[in-house]
Design a protein around this ligand. Structure first.
Ligand code: HEC
Length: 121
């Protein structure tokens, strides 16, 4: 039944966002420096540091920049250049635009798909 559903339903992509060259550079830096060892996007990744899906809208760019520039007691300082830090922040802003994590109001359909429920207020 599930297979039937998978093969017969169209792909419901509401918006395909192009990724800029700078954001792609940031994505490469994110991989090269293994940020995923400690951080998650949408809950997936290492669990030593916080989830970064919405760090830009929740905490602001200067806050994120401070951590990436200097590290902290528990996060290493990667000695990145200003251009590299800018690229990482552009990548984080791109990820931020892709959705919200964790969802606060959601429903699970009988086939197991999850949909956001708009806030009633
Ligand atoms: C060894 C684990 C580790 C690695 C690798 C790491 N971080 Fe972190 N990061 C942390 C921890 C732990 C914190 C929480 C800071 C604290 O409480 O001291 C943090 C905090 C942050 C924050 C602030 C988030 C918030 O909500 O407070 C950002 C942004 C961030 N890291 C980005 C990055 C990026 C980008 C990379 C890769 C270049 C990276 N981190 C690599 C451990 C890591």
């Amino acid at each position: 039944m599930y297979t039937f559903q998978i093969y017969t339903s169209g792909t419901d992509v509401k918006h395909i966002m192009p990724i800029s060259d700078t954001a792609r550079h940031g994505q490469q830096l994110y991989q090269d420096n293994n940020c995923v060892a400690c951080h998650q996007f949408y809950g997936l990744g290492g669990y030593m540091g916080p989830d970064l899906t919405n760090v830009i809208s929740n905490r602001g760019e200067p806050y994120a920049r401070a951590f990436i520039t200097a590290g902290s007691a528990r996060m290493p300082n990667f000695g990145l250049s200003t251009a590299e830090i800018d690229a990482l922040l552009t990548f984080l802003a791109f990820v931020d635009q892709t959705g919200t994590y964790p969802l606060e109001n959601y429903s699970v359909s009988w086939i197991g798909s999850v949909a956001q429920v708009d806030d009633p207020q």
